[in-house]
Design a protein around this ligand. Sequence first.
Ligand code: HEC
Length: 126
Amino acid sequence: MMVAAIGAAWLLLLVLVCASAPPPPAMSSDRALVDLGAALSAEPALSGNGTQSCASCHQGARAFTDGRPTALGSTGEANTLNTASLVNAGELPALGWARPDLTSLEAQIAVPLFGTHPVELGAGGH
Ligand code: HEC
């Protein structure tokens, strides 16, 4: 169950890479897709300066958090928030600590990739 939920989260990255592909299923137990998602989540080229990946903050060994009181972005900017766990994230009605507007993983992924207040991956403009 948890593997399927995490797989769904990382499928978002596949959607970004293959924009013309049909939308992924909400949940997937396809091993190849789960493996692809895991590889993409650990890819530092997703950050503007090549220093961080999703997995820098969402660490599998820490229930997909980072063990820090507040997250630290790729440029060294401190986030004001704790890294939220990704366990069952694909089943949550809203994502983030206080973002009722983020109701899909497709919408949420723009925050870590392109957000500037604070910077997480800082991929905007790259
Ligand atoms: C710099 C650390 C950092 C990086 C890198 C990062 N995140 Fe996060 N993530 C956070 C923080 C902090 C939150 C909570 C944000 C909020 O509440 O607005 C979060 C929240 C989330 C959530 C919502 C989880 C929930 O339980 O509501 C998802 C999904 C997520 N991140 C996916 C990703 C993906 C996919 C990537 C890579 C493209 C990524 N994150 C990269 C720190 C990070």
